[in-house]
Design a binder for this molecule. Sequence first.
Ligand SMILES: [Zn+2]
Length: 240
Amino acid sequence: MSKPSTVVLAMSGGLDSTCLLHNFLVRGFDVIPVNFQYGSKHNAWEGVAFQRVYKHYKDHPLLGEQIQTNLPIQIVLDAAFRYTESNLMKTGGEIPEGHYEAENMKLTVVPGRNTIFASILASIAESRGYSYIGLGVHRGDHAIYPDCRQEYVEALAKTINLSTDGKVDVAAPFIGTDKGGLLKRTLEMDQHGPCPVHLTRTCYKDQKNSCGKCGSCTERLEAFEFAGMADPIEYDNDIN
Ligand SMILES: [Zn+2]
């Protein structure tokens, strides 16, 4: 029997997964956050953001005890993706700029990524008696990422449930909303303090400041505009 209100969470250190962590903690879940280092251009920067967000919550007087590890869990998967070709990877071409819907943004797809991540999360969850794996996928990802679509999440949930003999389910609470919607909803959940969006990292490029031009930055800036808040992170050329 798995423990109720427990989740092993995929956490990049980006906006969506940080909002997801915030949602689970505020709702009283015990959480194991897991960061995957898989060889993408922005992975090292995401990893730094993940550590910052982890520390914020671990030190939180009300929510800290719900994080169930003493050290942030980072899993290195470079070898598993060594032969995968994508512009998102260090070995790939340039990161395209513009909206996610644009045809060239498909160059940033990393085939199989969420399926591989989910399998590892499920292994951790089942072995430790955790009830859920948590994914921050949302409706806005659907246009180009097949492993972020509703049908995929439903099929994945069935697979994870079968493979763990009914012990683990998939929680993807943002699947019906877009990035702006999930951000707005999370900013309103401030009864234990605000979600630390200023610590997150979204840009796909391998550089300190976010570029403000890649698909990921573009969508993030639109989400903050929708939520009625200025994005507090630093961008190149003060784009914000
Ligand atoms: Zn960017």
